[in-house]
Design a protein. Structure first.
Lengths: 258, 305
């Protein structure tokens, strides 16, 4: 029985439809993170940062840029991907995705690909916004781009899983609002964990976001709180866990296909 | 070869069995109506064939291709209109129908989508958002989406539930036109009138089991009843002795005598009239009634309960 082995039009249809949804909510999708970042720079970069010393030879305004980008990137990736798959479940339009000639991988590529693309664009917009407030030197631009894409991809995968798991809008917001944001604030977005007392520094090493911010900061300034290999290893581990969870979801049909 | 072959398909949710090992063959080009009360398993069965629900056991083939192993082939041939209206309310008619076509791997074809929207009286609304449409129009958009990839099989799950009479007639017209163009149609309904009006064959489901499948006309012939009701000039307390053993009943305080017509050539309508005349019973009026598919359905579902 002859059959196409891949359905690129179907994947692109999901991708384009998700991007169209962002265009419909442009103010919420783009303006909000840009405004939030600008406010952070005004408060922490200019008002408070001007009274702070350099951290590791980097001006405080420039020091917080990787953390601020990460803060938006993590929440945006999770929210975009989780709403992407939760919304069809909520409205019932998921029937069309489930009955289309698409493999599980193609469905994930469509939704997670769109979420990753949107998050990377937002990350770049925040980077451009930061450049208005502080001079930016990026020591390792290729690695910076790699971290940006990998983080957006990883947390879009995670967001997709949350979207499948969530039964209510409240559950959908639970992880980004009550887990990711606090972990990012406590993960060295605005400080180096080296500035903490030894006990809290050790506790911080159990915070996964430390590894993301540290690696991203290394790509900017050439130094981070933890070794680069630890950051990359952490990212690879999370991607592996997310892919494992997705394989299980599609094999069992968990909250997606009765 | 049947276009759809369903063999031993069952579905259980924990301890609850939603579908009991269903066997069914759907022939190419026919309109097949799946009847049954709510919760009978109609939607579960068609959702399994379309890929939206996993089966617990059994096998389904479309044109000989297995729906699990060859899902890319089989799903391209199927269009599904679900019972509930499920649409992205912020999308436009044109974009949502085009999305459906692309989702099924078909290249963009503006001329086809235009023809489809014109056929469904949606062309003037092509740039309108779904949220701006009436309920009837939304239902037509659902049909347009199901037909966007030019399927050869169309599943309509309760297509006219909650729609007005005019739209129902329009839908029936559309279904007939689709069949004329070679599309095989499977519809679930609990409007017996709908099945009676359109179906070639009927399947009746009850509590997750397919209790009967037959051609509609054969079903009505086999299970349908024709009754001759005679209005008498003078009331009768009991049928005359010459009609002993005949399937007759006295009704309306003796003013009517009702006779269920059988295939027995010796006990036809003419004979009963003749015997009544010989017994001195004067007939004032007569009326013939035929049981509808609805009565057959109620009898069958009641008997299976």
């Amino acid at each position: 029985m002859s059959a196409p082995r891949f359905n690129p039009r179907g994947v692109f249809a999901i991708f384009a439809s998700e991007m169209a949804r962002t265009r419909r909510t442009l103010l919420q999708s783009v303006a909000t993170p840009v405004l939030t970042t600008a406010l952070y720079f005004v408060v922490f970069g200019s008002a408070i940062g001007s009274r702070m010393q350099e951290i590791g030879g980097v001006a405080y305004g420039a020091f917080i840029v990787p953390g601020l980008i990460m803060l938006s990137l993590l929440t945006t990736s999770i929210v975009n991907a989780s709403i992407g798959i939760y919304f069809p479940k909520f409205t019932g339009t998921i029937y069309e995705i489930l009955s289309a000639p698409l493999s599980a991988i193609e469905v994930v590529v469509g939704y997670v690909g769109a979420s990753t693309a949107k998050s990377v664009v937002i990350g770049l917009i925040i980077l451009a916004t930061a450049a208005f407030f502080t001079p930016l030197d990026i020591d390792h631009p290729f690695m910076m781009a790699l971290f940006l894409v990998l983080t957006a991809f990883t947390f879009s995968l995670f967001g997709f899983i949350i979207g499948v798991w969530a039964k209510t809008f409240e559950q959908l917001n639970f992880v980004p609002a009550l887990v990711v944001t606090p972990l990012t604030f406590l993960g060295g977005a605005f400080y180096s964990i080296d500035m903490l007392p030894p006990f809290w520094r050790t506790v911080s090493l159990f915070n996964p976001v430390v590894y993301l911010i540290s690696g991203f900061r290394w790509s900017f300034h050439g130094s981070g709180d933890v070794p680069l290999a630890a950051s990359l290893g952490f990212m690879t581990g999370v991607i592996g866990l997310c892919l494992g969870a997705l394989v299980w979801i599609f094999r069992t049909g968990y909250r997606l296909k009765p | 070869m049947s276009i759809i072959s369903i063999a031993g398909v069952g579905k259980t949710y924990g301890k609850f069995t939603a579908l009991h090992d269903v066997d069914l063959q759907i022939e190419r080009g026919e309109i097949f109506a799946l009847l049954g009360p709510n919760g009978a398993g109609k939607t579960t069965l068609i959702s399994i064939v379309c890929g939206a629900v996993s089966m617990t056991r059994g096998a389904v083939t479309i044109d000989g291709a297995d729906i699990l192993r060859d899902y890319r082939v089989t799903r391209r041939k199927i269009g599904l209109v679900p019972q509930e209206i499920a649409l992205d309310i912020f999308a436009t008619v044109w974009s949502t129908v085009s999305f459906s076509r692309a989702l099924f791997g078909k290249p963009a074809d503006k001329a086809y989508i235009e023809r489809l929207l014109r056929d469904l009286a949606l062309w003037d609304k092509r740039d309108s958002k779904i949220i701006e449409l009436s309920g009837g129009m939304k239902r037509r958009v659902m049909i347009a989406k199901a037909l966007a990839h030019e399927p050869s099989i169309l599943f309509l799950d309760e297509p006219t539930a909650g729609v007005d009479v005019e739209l129902r007639r329009d839908m029936w017209g559309l279904v007939r036109r689709l069949r004329e163009s070679g599309v095989t149609i499977i519809l679930t309904t609990h409007y017996i009138e709908e099945a009676e009006e359109m179906a070639d064959r009927v399947g009746i489901m009850k509590s997750g089991a397919l209790v009967l499948v037959d051609e509609k006309r054969a079903l009505m012939r086999k299970l349908g009843k024709r009754r001759l009701v005679l209005t008498l000039a003078e009331p009768l307390a009991a049928p005359p002795p010459s009609l002993a053993g005949w399937p007759v009943e006295i009704e309306q305080d003796g003013r009517h005598i009702a006779y269920t017509i059988s295939d027995d050539a010796e006990k036809g309508a003419a004979q009963i009239i003749q015997r009544l005349g010989e017994a001195g019973v004067h007939i004032k009026d007569m009326a013939m009634s035929e049981s509808s598919l609805e009565q057959i359905f109620v009898d069958l579902v009641g008997a299976a309960a």
